[in-house]
Design a binder for this molecule. Sequence first.
Ligand code: NAI
Ligand code: AKB
Length: 373
Amino acid sequence: MPVVWMLRRVASRMLQRPACGCQAPVLPSRFLGTSPQQIPADANFHSTSFSEADQPRVLITGGLGQLGVGLASFLRKRFGKDNVILSDIRKPPEHVFLSGPFIYSDILDYKNLREIVVNNRVTWLFHYSALLSAVGEANVSLARAVNITGLHNVLDVAEEHGLRLFVPSTIGAFGPTSPRNPAPDLCIQRPRTIYGVSKVHAELMGEYYYYRYGLDFRCLRYPGIISADSQPGGGTTDYAVQIFHDAVKNGRFECNLKPSTRLPMMYIDDCLRATLEVMEAPAESLSMRTYNVNAMSFTPAELAQEILKHVPEFQITYNVDPVRQAIADGWPMNFDDSNARKDWGWKHDFDLPELVTTMLNFHGSESRVAQAN
Ligand SMILES: NC(=O)C1=CN([C@@H]2O[C@H](COP(=O)(O)OP(=O)(O)OC[C@H]3O[C@@H](n4cnc5c(N)ncnc54)[C@H](O)[C@@H]3O)[C@@H](O)[C@H]2O)C=CC1
Ligand SMILES: CC(=O)[C@H](N)C(=O)O
């Protein structure tokens, strides 16, 4: 263990805990953060109405990707605009910059991360920075740094400052030797992408910090997420987002996966709601710290069939990308999320028909606006 790292931890523990071994002073929870030891056993965040001062102070890392901007806007409705800080290493577009607090944060820079957490009195951290499956295979060393070293920084900051930490995992954390139809929460996980390996590592490290240090780590394994107003960042499930843009714009789409490739998927509204629900769930309702969540499961051919019901001239062709196809062939076809449904009441709203109607409506109205201008 590097000496500097050990000294940092010892110093931080001395600052946080009384040296005499006596009981920690009782302070309001906003001064203490919200780690499990500090939350009363009967705390119920569903029924709690927060006063302005007691709202969580939220930081989102990697917030300018497909999911982060939507998450910020969703959380700001719940906790107030100024209580949710979006961060990334990229420059935000103007509408994002003007919509609420934005800050530069490189998760590979531990000191920068700690400074942000301290200066902004952050209590909840949503760690979204990552390189996804396809871009990860194209740049393994960067994916290893961002997805593994970056995660270590986030875990340490979260533990040292008593944060509640959400880290998303993925269907990509499973591999060809996992049960694939459906994949349960607990089974063999031998992924063959750097993305998958780093996400299994994140699940295990987060759970280790939970058991070892009491870190309030919460993790959902997302399926492929489909969003209308944000672009995917280089994954294997990206086709299921792009198909809607192309169907409305050109009436045709070239798919990079085979027509029969079945994968679990979810509309972004369900994904963001699941994320907030698991973060607000009372600790005692969580029998695990890493849950599968699912909504639907379909193939490119089935998705095209559903789009055809609305866009009769739509045509799909196939030009298979061997890298993405090999990845998809090792991922679950379906996801067993019965534990999430049982423990904290997870229930999705969007199935395939609602997804297609919503996505086409969004893109249809966008293109009508563009034509009118
Ligand atoms: N979009 C999806 O379908 C799914 C996403 N997830 C997970 O959800 C999270 C968010 O996903 P997306 O928004 O789709 O990812 P994305 O690839 O669209 O965005 C990731 C963001 O991380 C940022 N980033 C890269 N290096 C960084 C660094 N050193 N410091 C700070 N930020 C850095 C990038 O600039 C980018 O904005 C990821 O952890 C991903 O693994 C999991 C399953 C499905
Ligand atoms: C399912 C994911 O994690 C992501 N969308 C990807 O395809 O890499």
